[in-house]
Write a protein that binds this ligand. Structure first.
Ligand SMILES: [Fe+2]
Ligand SMILES: [Fe+2]
Length: 134
């Protein structure tokens, strides 16, 4: 279970809301994995992936609207994680080993999310606030 209260907060509130939504969706995977509910896991993975796409696209739209100088760097990191998430899900489908999803969504992703929010998202949010207000 990821504790969303421990995630770093950024200056632009809407981004925090999206991060919290993401954590709720990922946490929804825990009991499904425990029960080995394959259909439930598949559906939750679709929700998580779709939400992650929207989360990243929303930040990228704001960055473009305010002309954020490090847009490419931030987008490249988003693209890398989306690709990694897809490959992880494909690996799980092939090997049918729930430990793959447990490790990825409850160890790799929480560590990445905390680090990404504390760095790229924090700077991006400050820049958005400077141009759009908070
Ligand atoms: Fe974010
Ligand atoms: Fe981001």
């Amino acid at each position: 279970m990821i504790d969303s209260t421990k995630l770093p907060k950024v200056a632009f509130g809407e981004m925090n809301d999206v991060h919290n939504e993401e954590v709720v969706l990922i946490n929804g995977l825990e009991s499904l994995l425990h029960d080995n509910d394959i259909t439930g896991i598949e559906n939750q993975l679709d929700r998580i992936f779709q939400h992650t796409i929207e989360h990243f696209q929303n930040e990228q739209r704001h960055m473009q609207e305010v002309g954020f100088p490090a847009y490419i760097m931030h987008k490249t990191e988003h693209d890398r994680v989306l690709n990694e998430m897809q490959l992880t899900v494909m690996d799980w489908r092939t090997r049918k080993d729930n430990e793959i999803l447990n490790t990825y969504f409850f160890s790799t992703i929480p560590a990445w999310l905390a680090q990404h929010i504390a760095s790229m998202d924090t700077i991006t949010a400050q820049f958005i606030c400077m141009h759009k207000g908070c």
